[in-house]
Design a protein around this ligand. Structure first.
Ligand code: GLU
Length: 419
């Protein structure tokens, strides 16, 4: 952690947010100390046979941040720049996310340092299995339940659940969520993160008197969350998506981007850049567009002191984890921009993951409508709890979300006699 300033170290940011919340809740010293650190973390190195016959050693992490409210839950990222502090921050955010949605779960996160774009399908499979072999003893359906995250997907979850099942000698679907439908997945898990964010956006727009049917939207990041957000915003509200971007660049179209066309283009070329009927702009220009809604669906620390002054949107939908730095947060609050903070806004994913665990345990599967209804109910309730807390304490939406979530975790810790 040393040498990193708050900007480049997401865990420093996560700790600063916990401290700010502890001040508001007037938490005592020992409670604060527990909340500021992960309860357990595992660092593993594991060998993987590459396609050329050589063996490479990969490094992975799994952080179980806090399990006061139940088994830890959270995704696994495959990223070339993964660090233990990123995983720690993400595991902390999972803790608050699960508590905010009132799920009987704690928070965790995992990561493997690797670049999936440079790996073959077989290498990816062997890394997935190697990672599960390395952490298998520490996870389980009632212990710690991984799921997809950045650069991991249902196929990877399928390999992982297969590997875990062979370790324990029986099928254990409940150990991992975000699985393919035909292997114990839940209907509605695929677009759950974006859909949950759209339910929260609907509530926010209603509150602010914004007609989403006439609203324009820019989307930063075009992975699972951003891509579904584009089509759902159009289908659910009739909003006009005027710009999207990925790591290679941004494209705009004043009259509305043709979402099926951009999806097809991305499928073919792995990027949204140069899609027919759009104009190329820079990623910074996308953030500065005069739109009603800005969706942040890329990586951590995207809106910072450097670019926050340019942001003109009225609502920010944070589908990524940690996309806004604390300094930028203050500026957005001063500018009166309504931020739907990450661990509220993107909680749809883990909420449907929880539904998936329940269905796995009962071996009885719901239909998609039932999942959507249950998700809507939980997201709407959580949004209003955060809004009420923001009004009660006169604080921004992120701090308000912390207040609600951390109070629940602290209550569980007190009941257990930890603090
Ligand atoms: N990776 C997702 C998140 O950050 C989902 C986690 C899960 O389903 O456990 O919320």
């Amino acid at each position: 952690m040393s040498g990193n300033n708050n900007h480049s170290n997401p865990f420093k940011i996560a700790q600063q947010q916990i401290n700010d919340c502890a001040d508001i809740l007037k938490l005592n010293h020992s409670t604060r100390e527990v909340l500021l650190r992960p309860m357990r973390e595992f660092h593993v190195h594991f060998p993987v046979r590459m396609d050329d016959g050589t063996t490479r050693i990969f490094q992975g992490f799994r952080v179980q941040y806090n399990d006061a409210k139940g088994p830890t839950k959270g995704g696994i990222r495959f990223h070339p720049e993964e660090t233990i502090d990123t995983v720690r921050a993400l595991a902390a955010w999972m803790t608050w996310k699960c508590a905010l949605l009132d799920l009987p779960l704690g928070g965790g996160k995992g990561g493997v340092i690797c670049n999936p774009k440079e790996l073959s399908r077989f290498e990816l499979e062997r890394i997935s299995r190697g990672y599960i072999k390395a952490i298998g003893a520490f996870i389980g359906p009632d212990k710690d339940i991984p799921a997809p995250d950045v650069y991991t997907n249902p196929q990877i979850m399928a390999w992982m659940v297969d590997e875990y099942s062979s370790i324990v000698g029986k099928n254990q679907f409940g150990v991992i969520t975000g699985k393919p439908l035909s292997l114990g997945g839940s209907p509605g898990r695929g677009d759950a993160t974006a859909r949950g964010g759209m339910y929260a956006l609907r509530e926010a727009a209603q509150r602010l008197g914004i007609d989403l049917g006439k609203a324009t939207m820019a989307i930063q990041g075009y992975g699972n969350a951003g891509c579904y957000a584009a089509s759902l915003a159009e289908a659910m509200f009739g909003s006009k998506v005027v710009a999207v971007c990925d790591s290679r660049g941004a494209v705009t179209c004043r009259n509305g981007i043709c979402i099926p066309r951009v999806n097809e283009h991305k499928q073919k070329t792995s990027s949204v850049v140069s899609c027919e009927g759009t104009e190329c702009v820079s990623n910074d220009e996308l953030l500065a567009l005069d739109v009603d809604v800005l969706v942040l669906a890329a990586l951590e620390s995207s809106v910072t002191e450097r670019n926050v002054d340019q942001v003109k949107a009225r609502i920010i939908v944070e589908l990524a984890n940690g996309p806004t730095t604390p300094e930028a947060d203050e500026v957005l609050h001063r500018k009166g921009i309504h931020v739907i903070p990450d661990f509220l806004c993107n909680a749809g994913g883990v909420t449907v993951s929880y539904f998936e665990m329940v269905q796995n345990a009962y071996m009885y599967y719901w239909d998609e409508n039932e999942v959507h209804e249950k998700l809507d109910k939980r997201m709407t309730k959580a949004y209003h709890e955060v809004l009420n807390s923001a009004e009660k304490y006169a604080i921004n939406m992120r701090k308000a979300a912390y207040v609600v979530a951390v109070a629940r975790v602290v209550e569980a810790m007190k009941l257990r006699g930890w603090v």
